[in-house]
Design a protein around this ligand. Structure first.
Ligand SMILES: *[C@@H]1O[C@H](CO)[C@@H](O)[C@H](O)[C@H]1NC(C)=O
Ligand SMILES: *[C@@H]1O[C@H](CO)[C@@H](O)[C@H](O)[C@H]1NC(C)=O
Ligand SMILES: *[C@@H]1O[C@H](CO)[C@@H](O)[C@H](O)[C@H]1NC(C)=O
Ligand SMILES: [Zn+2]
Length: 484
């Protein structure tokens, strides 16, 4: 879209110059206004890529990067990056705030109930299959949606998925052009090394237009130590920030920097757990009476016998746990219309852990809680020629990131739950937000243009009337020879 506008702006500017003496000033002013509003920002940001189609887009997820880590820890490389781009302070992610559901949302723009990856552990009552995150690549679980790395193939682009959940699954019978399945032993440097190679392409093959890259920290450490362990978290967030520095320097050394758009985000935040905040299901129902399909903090319960009795015992089980019959799960969670959602779900309050069979707390941090909790929210930073510079907004929904990426890539989006209305203000080519600066700039340019036009008009009229007066004088001379 940026390119189309750039061309439009150039053509109409030429017409304007040729027509300057013929078009009435007010109509011309309108035309100039349109060119200024649409053309100038696009030509500033669009660069010279008009012929090569949209710029490549790299999306990076740092798993479990809670939004307020940005305020609590120094993160110099990340801060430098968003000072040159945009920052969304909080992303409202989707319920349940777990890794797999939210990573699939980022690349589909769908709520979990619509993309079908509802939890880390699922049971499908139709096929009687079980799903365990990270084990197996059965396409059946993923096939209700299509991730961007597949959809973009249909626009003729090459794509890459580096260890992103679903990377190695055949979805619509395809994978990204390049992918690597999840392997914890592959370092960030190696992942970046492969991704930049794919972005660059080689003599025979063009580079990929869309790449998705996954990194498991600060999630792993957040679970182990808990987000309140400032010493441990500052160590891992320094490593994450060093990796961001590594990413930027790799893009610079390969010449990709300045001709690529980058989105850095995450799937969810992290809440502090405590051995004092345990909810024991065994106090209320015997473990043989139901199957625990998914555990804490959102327990998915498949009752073996009478649902009603089990539900009534669970609903009064603990003051820090809410039990829902499937049909009563609140609309705002968008977590009801799917057969993979079990008859009863139990939602723990922030920081509480649901345990079964006498288990105790095995970690200090967790996520999965209600997606309205700020502790569950990640952030987003984006930079590159298509983004504004030094701009920030307080929040955006994670479902809105997919339409933004489709827009950047000029890929027709699949049906989704997001919208471009808010996200488009992050783009350099849009005239929304920062109104005072934008409007005064535009008004200033218009004032100068209007003065120039009026001056031209005045000079033209003045010159015409002078020459007409001269003609009349000559005619008069002819008609009235007696005056001589
Ligand atoms: C999947 O793709 C392979 C090769 O690309 C092809 O041979 C096969 O027929 C396809 N299967 C389906 C179900 O479309
Ligand atoms: C790509 O990843 C592999 C591991 O799968 C690694 O051995 C290799 O060094 C990486 N390539 C680059 C260029 O970093
Ligand atoms: C989300 O999008 C899907 C696909 O268009 C649609 O079927 C579903 O109804 C949407 N959900 C909501 C809550 O609008
Ligand atoms: Zn995660």
């Amino acid at each position: 879209m940026g390119e189309t506008r750039l061309e439009m702006a150039t053509t109409s500017t030429i017409i304007e110059e040729e027509d300057i003496y013929r078009v009435p000033a007010d109509r011309m002013l309108l035309k100039v206004l349109l060119v200024v509003l649409c053309g100038v920002p696009a030509s500033v940001s669009g660069g010279s890529e008009a012929q090569q189609g949209p710029l490549p887009l790299l999306m990076v997820s740092f798993d479990g990067f809670r939004a307020d880590y940005l305020q609590r820890f120094p993160m110099p490389n990340l801060k430098l990056l968003y000072s040159q781009g945009v920052l969304v302070e909080q992303i409202t992610n989707v319920f349940i705030t777990k890794t797999f559901p939210n990573h699939y949302t980022l690349v589909t723009g769908l709520y979990a109930e619509s993309h079908g990856i509802l939890a880390s552990h699922m049971y499908d009552p139709v096929s009687h299959k079980y799903f365990h995150a990270g084990q197996g690549v059965d396409p059946m679980w993923w096939s209700k949606a299509q991730p961007l790395w597949i959809t973009a193939l249909d626009s003729g682009y090459k794509t890459a998925a580096m260890m992103w959940p679903g990377s190695d699954v055949l979805i619509s019978n395809r994978t990204a052009t390049h992918f690597l399945p999840y392997d914890v032993s592959v370092t960030f440097r190696q992942r970046i090394g492969n991704v930049t190679k794919w972005l660059l392409g080689n003599g025979k093959e063009p580079g990929v237009k869309f790449a998705a890259l996954y990194w498991e920290e600060p999630d792993t450490s957040g679970h182990k130590y808990g987000p309140d362990d400032t010493a441990a978290m500052s160590k891992v967030l320094k490593e994450v920030d060093d990796n961001i520095g590594l990413l930027v320097s790799k893009l610079k050394s390969t010449g990709l920097w300045g001709r690529i758009n980058i989105v850095i985000t995450s799937d969810h935040g992290m809440a502090q757990l405590s051995a004092k905040r345990i909810i024991r299901l065994d106090d209320c129902v015997h473990p043989d009476e139901y199957t625990l399909v998914d555990s804490s903090p959102v327990a998915a319960i498949l009752p073996h016998e009478d649902s009603k009795t089990i539900f009534s015992r669970l609903s009064t089980c603990h003051p820090h746990m809410t039990a829902y019959l499937k049909r009563d799960i609140p609309d705002r969670l968008h977590y009801r219309n799917n057969e993979r959602i079990q008859p009863i779900i139990l939602v723990a309050d922030e920081g509480w852990t649901i345990v079964q069979r006498g288990n105790t707390l095995s970690k200090m941090g967790d996520h999965g809680y209600d997606n309205s909790l700020p502790s569950m929210h990640p952030f987003m930073v984006a930079a590159g020629p298509s983004f504004r510079e030094g701009y920030r907004i307080s929040s955006l929904r994670s479902v809105d990131i997919y339409p933004l990426m489709c827009h950047l890539l000029s890929v027709p989006p699949q049906p989704n739950n997001g919208s471009l209305i808010q996200a488009r203000c992050l783009l350099a080519a849009e005239a929304c937000g920062n109104l005072s600066l934008g409007i005064s700039l535009v008004l200033g340019i218009l004032l100068v243009l209007a003065t120039v036009i009026l001056l031209f008009r005045w000079r033209r009229k003045h010159w015409q009337s002078r020459s007409r007066a001269f003609q009349r004088l000559q005619m008069d001379d002819d008609v009235e020879p007696l005056f001589e």
